[in-house]
Design a protein around this ligand. Structure first.
Ligand code: MN
Length: 289
């Protein structure tokens, strides 16, 4: 798969996006050899998008943007204030992407990321679709694709499989919306992770490479060789983006958000470097000279 593009989630280095932290993350991701860096769309008041764009340009790495809605800004909510906050966050993420030169905004953009204590309803699904239709239309005007990342049952009640996500995309009817597949979530909910790739077919637009325990790739139960063969057969060229976090570098609030209850690794630079080596072997990608 010589053309496959590899990305890494900025959260590998932590969720601090002050200028110095951003510069270090962007520089290390580029130096290690990643083609793409996924940057969380945090509160626009807390980051300098122009500064980020300059650093990306300086180090020659492509950005992508991601976010996960919360119960306070859940667009499936019956509370119009929460829906409005969610729509604002999604539109801000698209603005941030356009400012830093990213053409992709993905993640849990369709509901809160969290354990729902209620069944999904048709009203909730319609509410989500209505917001996303508007967001996707304005994203399209700016050349931005929206990735719908389905997650496991403990992190959303709305979309847990590729098949559900395809039906959602059919109803959304936005040409710039794609399936964002995360191998961790797929390994919990699907018949197999490769089956999710096959199900998504040509609507697969973005992949999170995440181990079954969310730690270092190759140390869990996901069959990465089978996954690589399936992506290759599907003609998918990426990006495939490494997503793993460690309490060694993220704060307690972020760890609680993602259910990270134990330390999976300690050194982000070592993790990022050894993971791209692992991926190049598994995906039989030539190492650049
Ligand atoms: Mn993910």
């Amino acid at each position: 798969m010589p053309d496959l593009r590899f990305g890494v989630h900025a959260g590998v280095w932590g969720f601090d996006w002050t200028p110095d932290a951003a510069e270090r993350t962007i520089r290390e991701a580029a130096e290690i050899g990643y083609d793409l860096l996924e940057i969380p769309a945090i509160d626009p008041a807390l980051l300098d998008a122009v500064d980020t764009a300059r650093a990306l340009d300086r180090h020659g790495i492509e950005p992508a943007v991601s976010l996960a809605l919360t119960f306070d800004d859940d667009i499936t909510s019956a509370d119009p204030a929460r829906v409005a906050r969610g729509e604002r966050r999604l539109r801000d993420a698209v603005d941030f992407a356009a400012t830093i030169g990213a053409t992709f905004v993905g993640g849990v953009v369709f509901s809160a990321m969290g354990r729902y204590l209620e069944l999904p309803t048709a009203r909730a699904r319609e509410g989500s679709l209505a917001v996303l239709r508007g967001v996707a239309a304005s994203a399209a005007e700016r050349g931005v694709t929206i990735g719908v990342e389905y997650v496991n049952r403990y992190e959303s009640n709305l979309l847990n499989t590729a098949a559900q996500t395809l039906r959602f995309l059919d109803d959304l009817d936005a040409p710039n919306a794609v399936v964002h597949l995360d191998t961790f979530h797929a390994s919990i909910e699907e018949v197999s992770v490769p089956a999710a790739v096959v199900a998504a077919g040509p609507r697969l637009g973005y992949v999170h490479m995440s181990e079954s325990h969310r730690g270092r790739l190759g140390t869990g139960t996901i069959d990465w060789s089978a996954f690589a063969r399936t992506l290759d057969a599907a003609g998918f060229t990426g990006p495939v983006t490494v997503e793993t976090f460690s309490s060694a570098v993220i704060d307690d609030a972020a760890a609680i958000d993602i259910g990270l209850w134990r330390q999976m690794w300690t050194d982000p630079t070592e993790l990022a470097a050894s993971t791209i080596d692992f991926l190049r072997r598994r995906f039989a990608v030539a190492v650049p000279a």
